[in-house]
Design a protein around this ligand. Structure first.
Ligand code: PLP
Length: 453
């Protein structure tokens, strides 16, 4: 039986509170209600099809309703849906931990599971903090984060977040990190080189002055996602890693958005041969199927906790669903598909053709900057191209462009004035063509035409 749209819409309005959503606006519109997915398309209850142009918020890899992934879950479901990792283990959690140790950057050998990117970040922050405590260096307890950083929405993750609109209001609830600039080439007077130099010199100064009290630096490697798909100049990440090492500060790589092939390497850290001390993966870990995240640590970090029981160096942290067997089983199946289909190399080829197809938009009067790393794309719309003057937030230029794209058959969600294009990694050339066509038409209709809400 097809679900009754009117009835569902009414219940949605009555009971469902949506994330990052002003419900007063939302309730004034007819809600999009998804019923099923197939390939890289989602279908609403009224039978309309949409390209998943943002991978259901940056996490889908192989498309929807993938037989191999469905079977992995069904197979595990026939055995056990959940058992705890507190004091015991389960088969898929062990196998996935070993697989992650194998495929992540060198030195990351220990895997601590949780259920979202944000919890993975909390774990990394607490591990870094307790690491220094375990070594008796209790003064090292603050963190460095980067301007406009986003690491999730729990309190620790918000503390190291630096997007004023999301985070400033909660400041009284938070701990205070040190903040250094993220290299944002587009608006930096010195361009990419100037932005990188500013970041590195400010980090160097910070470390020289405060290294005795800094536990770790947390960074979104290569692509800072939520701030608008800001791409680091080449060499910046490895220079940040070297400075941290030199000054005895741990490096935490938040690969929640960038991990699993998204940037054209399995992990963004691989692009610059960086081996962080702690790394968080989430989103694409299960192919975007189930809520599993993992925090990876080095032997060095792990061994500081490894002590006689009486010393109380245990890591006192866990979640009910830590190491969930269904999630771990689908993650293993997803990683297997990566290997069988040589997906990461495919991303590099597709990224090159996406860049070619998007290039003409660069000349358009309201396209300020096209930022792309692998299949992560942000297109910044500006009111005035010469001065880079942004649209006012009241213009809702990103929201309107995304709504127009939806009308034309593709889903995406903007970041302010930045249009996001993050297609599933398996998208074919023809599908990418189609999606870019929709994107271009939506941008033109909203910035140059007279399309209105
Ligand atoms: C999405 C994201 C998170 C948060 O992950 P959730 O699963 O939404 O909690 C953390 N860091 C980065 C870089 C992200 O993009």
């Amino acid at each position: 039986m097809t679900p009754d749209y009117e009835h569902l819409a009414e219940l949605n309005k009555a009971h469902l509170w949506h994330p990052f959503t002003q419900m007063k606006d939302y309730n004034n519109m007819d809600p999009l209600i998804i019923e099923k997915g197939e390939g890289i398309k989602l279908y609403d209850v009224q039978g309309r099809a949409y390209y998943d142009g943002f991978s259901s918020v940056w996490l889908n890899v192989h498309g929807h309703n993938v037989p191999e992934l469905n079977e992995a879950i069904a197979g595990q479901l026939g055995k056990v849906a959940h058992s705890t990792l507190l004091g015991m283990a389960n088969v898929p959690a062990i196998e996935l931990a070993a697989k992650l140790a194998e495929i992540t950057p060198q030195g990351l050998t220990k895997v601590f599971f949780s259920d979202s990117g944000a919890t993975g970040v909390e774990i990394a922050l607490k591990m870094a903090f307790q690491y220094w405590h375990n070594l008796g260096m209790t003064d090292k307890r603050t963190f460095i984060t980067m301007r406009e950083a986003y690491h999730g929405d729990t309190i620790g993750a918000v503390s190291v977040g630096a997007i004023p609109l999301y985070h400033e209001r909660f400041r009284p609830m938070l701990f205070q990190p040190h903040v250094i600039p993220y290299p944002q080439a587009y608006r930096h007077p010195g361009g990419a080189a100037g932005a990188m130099e500013e970041t590195l010199s400010s980090l160097r100064t910070m470390l020289e002055a405060h290294k005795e009290e800094i536990a770790a630096l947390i960074v979104e490697p290569i692509v800072q996602g939520a701030s608008g798909m800001m791409i680091m100049p080449s060499g910046c990440l490895s220079a940040i890693a070297a400075l941290c090492r030199e000054h005895g500060v741990l490096l935490i790589a938040d690969e929640v958005a960038t991990g699993f092939g998204r940037t054209g390497a399995m992990f963004a850290c691989d692009l610059e041969h960086v081996s962080p001390d702690l790394m968080i993966v989430g989103k694409g870990l299960t192919g975007g199927y189930l809520p599993v995240a993992a925090t990876l640590a080095t032997d060095e970090v792990y061994s500081s906790f490894y002590a006689d029981y009486e010393e109380q160096k245990t890591f006192f942290h866990g979640h009910s669903f830590t190491g969930n067997p269904l999630g771990c089983a689908v993650a293993l199946a997803s990683i297997k598909l990566f290997e069988e289909r040589n997906l990461v190399a495919g991303v590099q080829d597709k990224a090159a053709s996406v860049a070619r197809k998007l290039a003409p938009l660069g000349a358009w009067p309201h396209v300020g900057d096209i930022r792309q790393q692998g299949l992560m794309v942000g297109i910044e719309l500006v009111r005035d191209k010469a001065t880079k003057e942004p649209y006012d937030w009241e213009d809702r230029i990103g929201v309107r462009t995304s709504l127009r794209a939806r009308e034309l058959g593709m889903l995406t969600r903007p970041l302010g004035n930045v249009i996001v294009f993050i297609p599933p990694l398996v998208s074919s050339e023809a599908e990418l063509d189609d999606m870019i066509g929709i994107l271009a038409e939506a941008i033109r209709d909203v910035t140059e035409g007279d399309w209105r809400l």
